[in-house]
Design a protein around this ligand. Structure first.
Ligand code: IPD
Ligand code: CA
Ligand code: CA
Length: 276
């Protein structure tokens, strides 16, 4: 059937593992290292206004890359801290964010994750968003549904923005963050709640499993969202860029979550906002 064919199309690693199992190995290595160091002091570098990186981001990323190089020597790697310029448009590419939610991580808020996706020609086909603090892994393989651990997950069935809890983040672009806040000001109080998560990747995973009904952002990078795109799709949700077009790993702005709330959000609030 379709399931077997999809599996057959996915690469097997040097040591005979499925790609999703290699993703788990990477997430436990990188996320585990970050968790060991979480409650300690963090050496911090400033990358840009509001944008920081700790030495653990880099160390976790190197651990992940070491595993990927051994298991899939022919694959490309696009990763936030050490290989951010890799062209992911062709072939097999692992898209990695060793710690998504670094600001939370650095100030001790236990809401961050390790984000890993395998893409074929820039389409995510294997996804894992791993929250080491809570030992929760949200994962999906194209065509096979989405899961949290061994439990299948589904996106929200809420009918509209009014009945929904929305997740957002502001990102590191001042204008995009301000537009996002303006939009929330327009929506509030006609919603059940608004959460600024501090981790776009966990925000998407929460939208995939219906904890959040919708998650939206206006300025992301491929490693923030590659896994989440597949998670939300496989969970039966909707994900689009902020012009309503198809979501790509290169999209800057997007909305992701339950189908109906997504469509209501786009039609009533965000459609004219652009932010592709
Ligand atoms: C950031 C987080 C944050 C989002 C930013 C991302 P980082 O990733 O996901 O929630 O608003 O746009 O860059 O820097 O913690 O890996
Ligand atoms: Ca990130
Ligand atoms: Ca990061």
């Amino acid at each position: 059937g379709v399931r077997a064919e999809l599996m057959a199309d996915l690469p097997i690693s040097t040591s005979g593992m499925q790609a999703i199992d290699v993703a788990w190995l990477c997430a436990r290595a990188g996320g585990g290292l970050a968790l060991e160091r979480f409650r300690g002091d963090h050496a911090i570098d400033v990358k840009g206004h509001r944008n920081i990186v700790t030495e653990t981001d880099v160390a976790a990323e190197l651990r992940i890359i070491e595993i990927l190089r051994a298991e899939f020597p022919d694959h490309s790697i696009l990763s936030e801290e050490t290989a951010a310029d890799t062209d992911a448009s062709r072939g097999w590419t692992w898209v990695i964010d060793p710690i998504d939610g670094t600001k939370n991580y650095a100030i001790g808020i236990p809401f961050w994750c390790t984000n890993i996706a395998l893409c074929l020609d820039a389409e995510p086909v294997v996804a894992l968003t791993y929250d080491a603090v809570h030992d929760e892994g949200f994962w999906a393989v194209a065509g096979q549904g989405a899961f949290c651990g061994d439990r299948p997950i589904v996106a929200s069935d809420k009918p509209d923005v009014f009945s929904s809890v929305l997740g957002i983040d502001l990102g590191y672009d001042d204008a995009a963050g301000a537009r996002q806040l303006d939009l929330m000001r327009e929506i509030f109080p006609n919603t059940q709640g608004i959460r600024i998560t501090g981790s776009a990747a966990l925000g998407m995973a929460y939208a995939a499993c219906g904890r959040l009904d919708l998650y939206a952002h206006l300025n992301v990078s491929p490693w923030d969202i590659a896994a989440g795109i597949l998670l939300v799709r496989e969970a039966g949700g909707a994900v689009s860029d902020r012009a309503g077009g198809p979501m790509r790993i290169t999209s800057k702005g997007f909305a992701a979550g339950g189908r109906q709330v997504h469509d209501d959000f786009m039609a009533r609030y965000a459609g004219a906002q652009g932010g592709k």
